[in-house]
Design a protein around this ligand. Structure first.
Ligand code: ATP
Length: 588
C-alpha cells in the first residue's frame, strides 16, 4: 500500500460523520492491508506511531513545523505564517504550498505518490526517535525531505500527524468495530475483539493477529509483561444487601484515594530503561494507560518487596506521611506531573503503593483465576514493606460485616470500600459485577451517590467579574456509544484559580468547529469556544434530573467542579449507561 492511498482514505474519513460510514471505510482500508500493514494503519489512523501506551512523540513545536514547510516549499516563514492565518490549519498550508510549488516546478517531484506506507512510517518513526544534540535539526531535515517526496494530500496529513492534530473523529473503539466489519460485514465480533484488546491494550497487535488468524487468533491472548491490561473498574450498587445478593462471597478492601498504577516489573539483565534501576525492567501505567514510571522513582526500590522473577501488579499509589503512618490527600500526587519536580516531591511526599491484585507472575497470566487464588498468589509474592504495601482485606457473606468494614474506612478518613466477588476472574474494563464501590456513609434516601467524570466540550466567554478571565462557564458531556452527549452547563463553584486554569487548558484544546463526535447540540448550549474531547473533570452535583435541553436527556442539578482528572482520558469518563444507573439509584 502506498502512503498516498492511505491519505485518500484519510480524506474520505475526514468528510464523513456517521459512525457506521466511518466503520465501513475503515473496514475497507483494513481489507486492503497485509497483516504487517494493518498494525501500522491502526496506529497512524489514530494519529500515532505506536500503541497508545508508548510515549513516542515527535517533539516538534509549531514554530519548527512552520520552518519545515518554508524550507520544503522554498517560501519564507512569514509567508507560511500568513497562509496559516488565512486557512487556520498547517496541514492545509502544506497541501496548498505543495500544489503551488509543483505547478511552478520549484521542486522536482520524482517519487511523488510512490512511497509505500511502510516506508513513510519508518521515516516518521526515525524522525520521532531522534534525540540528543542536534536532534531538532535532524528532525527538520528528515521532515523537509519527506514533504518533498510526498504528494500534496499526504503532506497535509503528515503535517497534522507530526503536530498531533490528525483527529479523524474516531477512537480505538471504532477500530474494533471496523475489524469485525472487515471479516463479517457486521459488528458481531466486536465483543470478542474488545475482550482481547482489554487484556492486551495494543490495538495494532490485536489487529495483526485477527487479520492473520481470525477469531481463533484472539483466544490465545493473555496478559503480557510491558503491555498494559485495561484496569478492572467498579460498578455501583445501592446497598450491602444488594452487593451480597449479586456477588455472594466477597472480599472487601479499603478504597484508597490516590492514583491507580499498574506495575510491570522483572528482574532482568541489561533491560533497564534510561534513568531506571539497573538490571530491572519497569513500566508503570495509569488507568488511562499512560506510561508514567518516570513519576515514581520509588518503584526503583521494590525488588526487596517481591518474591518473583516477573510480575504485573495492580495498585493504588497514595501519598504517605511516614512519621504518622497516615495517608495524605490525592492532590499531593498531582504535583508530580511536573517532571523536574519529581525527585523533590518523592523526597518530600513519599508514595506507597497499596497492591490489591496480581495479574501475571513468572511467565503465567493469572487473569482467568478466581480472586481467591490470585489473593493467595499475591500473598506469596509480596513480602511487603518499604514501597509496596499489602492491602487490608476481609472476606464475608454478611451485609452487616460489610457495612461495619466500610464505616471503619470512613472513620479512618478513606473514601469507602471496594467490594469484590471472591470467586470471579480479573475482568478488565468496567464489565460484569465483579467489583463494586461502596462510597456512601449510609444508603442515602435522596441525592446523588457519586461524582461524575465529564468531558469538557467547550466554554463560554465571561461576563461581569469573570470577564477578565475570558471564561464564565463551560459545557460538559459524557460518552454515549462513539459520541459525546451534553449533560451540564457549569457556571459557578470554581475558585478564581480554577477558572484561570480551566481557560488555559481549554485553550490548548480549542478547535474552530464543533467536533463531529459531539452530534447535534441545541443552539442555546453551543459554547463560544469548542474544545476537542480530551480534558476530563470530576463534577459533583445534588441530583440528576430529566432534561429536554441536553442531548443526554438528563442534566445535573447544582453542578460543581471537584478537580481535574488528569489520570483519565475521555474514554474513561463516566458513560451514559453509568449515569442512567446513577439516576435510577438516587433517592427521588
Ligand atoms: P472514583 O471517581 O470514585 O475515585 P474512579 O472513577 O476513579 O472512582 P472507579 O471504578 O469508580 O474509578 O473506582 C475504582 C478506583 O478506585 C480504581 O481505579 C482505583 O484507582 C481506586 N481504588 C482504591 N482502592 C482500591 C482497591 N482496594 N481496589 C481497587 N481499586 C481501588
Amino acid at each position: 500500500m502506498t502512503f498516498a492511498t492511505l491519505s485518500s482514505f484519510f480524506a474520505k474519513l475526514e468528510g464523513i460523520t456517521s459512525r457506521l460510514a466511518i466503520t465501513e471505510v475503515l473496514a475497507d482500508l483494513f481489507s486492503s492491508a497485509s497483516s504487517t500493514e494493518i498494525a501500522i494503519l491502526c496506529y497512524l489512523s489514530l494519529g500515532r506511531l505506536a500503541p497508545l501506551y508508548e510515549p513516542l512523540e515527535f517533539q516538534l513545536a509549531e514554530k519548527m513545523i512552520i520552518r519545515v514547510i518554508g524550507q520544503a516549499f522554498n517560501v519564507s516563514e512569514d509567508r507560511v505564517r500568513e497562509t496559516y492565518k488565512e486557512v487556520g490549519d498547517l496541514g492545509e498550508v502544506a497541501e496548498k504550498l505543495k500544489v503551488k510549488s509543483e505547478k511552478l516546478k520549484v521542486i522536482a517531484t520524482t517519487r511523488s505518490s510512490k512511497l509505500s506506507m511502510l516506508e513513510v512510517y519508518g521515516r516518521l518513526r526515525k524522525i520521532a526517535e531522534e534525540n540528543g544534540e542536534g536532534s531538532q535539526q535532524r528532525k527538520i531535515e528528515g521532515l523537509v525531505l519527506l514533504l518533498h517526496e510526498l504528494d500534496s494530500v499526504s503532506c497535509k496529513y503528515v503535517v497534522r500527524m507530526v503536530l498531533g492534530r490528525l483527529r479523524l473523529g474516531f477512537s480505538d473503539v471504532t477500530i474494533l468495530d471496523a475489524l469485525s466489519w472487515m471479516k463479517t460485514g457486521t459488528k458481531t465480533l466486536r465483543p470478542r475483539l474488545e475482550q482481547a484488546y482489554f487484556v492486551r491494550a495494543d490495538i495494532g497487535a490485536i489487529a495483526a493477529l485477527f487479520k492473520k488468524k481470525g477469531v481463533s487468533g484472539l483466544s490465545g491472548i493473555a496478559a503480557k509483561l510491558g503491555v498494559p491490561v485495561m484496569p478492572a473498574l467498579c460498578q455501583r450498587l445501592k446497598s450491602p444487601q444488594e452487593m451480597i445478593a449479586k456477588m455472594g462471597r466477597v472480599a472487601v478492601e479499603p478504597k484508597y484515594d490516590g492514583q491507580r498504577v499498574q506495575i510491570h516489573w522483572a528482574k532482568r539483565k541489561g533491560q533497564s530503561a534510561k534513568g531506571k534501576a539497573k538490571g530491572v525492567f519497569l513500566r508503570a501505567f495509569t488507568r488511562n494507560l499512560e506510561e508514567v514510571s518516570f513519576m515514581f522513582p520509588e518503584l526503583g526500590r521494590i525488588t526487596a518487596d517481591l518474591s518473583a522473577r516477573e510480575v504485573i501488579l495492580d495498585s493504588e499509589a497514595v501519598s504517605y506521611d511516614t512519621s504518622s503512618g497516615k495517608i495524605l490527600p490525592f492532590q499531593e500526587i498531582i504535583t508530580r506531573k511536573r517532571k523536574h519536580a519529581i525527585l523533590e516531591a518523592a523526597a518530600k511526599v513519599p508514595l506507597r503503593f497499596f497492591v490489591f491484585d496480581i495479574l501475571y507472575k513468572d511467565g503465567r497470566s493469572l487473569l482467568h483465576l478466581p480472586l481467591s487464588n490470585r489473593a493467595a498468589l499475591l500473598e506469596q509474592t509480596l513480602a511487603g514493606g518499604k514501597v509496596l504495601m499489602k492491602t487490608e482485606r476481609i472476606v464475608t457473606e454478611d451485609p452487616n460485616v460489610l457495612r461495619q468494614f466500610h464505616a471503619k474506612q470512613l472513620t479512618a478518613g478513606l473514601e469507602g470500600a471496594v467490594v469484590k466477588k471472591w470467586n470471579a476472574p480479573y475482568s478488565p474494563g468496567r464489565r460484569g459485577w465483579s467489583w463494586v464501590k461502596y462510597k456512601e456513609a449510609e444508603e442515602r434516601t435522596a441525592g446523588l451517590s457519586d461524582t461524575l467524570d465529564c468531558v469538557v466540550m467547550g466554554y463560554y466567554r465571561g461576563r461581569g467579574k469573570r470577564a477578565s478571565f475570558g471564561i464564565g462557564g463551560f459545557l460538559v458531556g459524557i460518552p454515549k456509544g462513539g459520541h459525546f452527549v451534553t449533560i451540564s452547563k457549569i457556571g459557578t463553584g470554581l475558585s478564581d484559580e480554577q477558572w484561570k486554569e480551566l481557560r488555559l487548558r481549554a485553550d490548548r484544546l480549542a478547535v474552530s468547529d464543533k467536533p463531529k463526535e459531539y452530534g447535534d447540540i441545541g443552539k442555546t448550549l453551543a459554547p463560544d469556544i469548542w474544545t476537542r474531547p480530551s480534558l476530563v473533570v470530576e463534577i459533583a452535583a445534588d441530583n440528576i434530573t430529566r432534561s429536554p435541553v441536553h442531548s443526554a436527556g438528563l442534566a445535573l442539578r447544582f453542578p460543581r467542579l471537584v478537580r481535574f482528572r488528569d489520570d483519565k482520558g475521555p474514554g474513561q469518563a463516566t458513560t451514559m449507561a453509568e449515569v442512567s444507573t446513577l439516576y435510577q439509584l438516587q433517592g427521588k
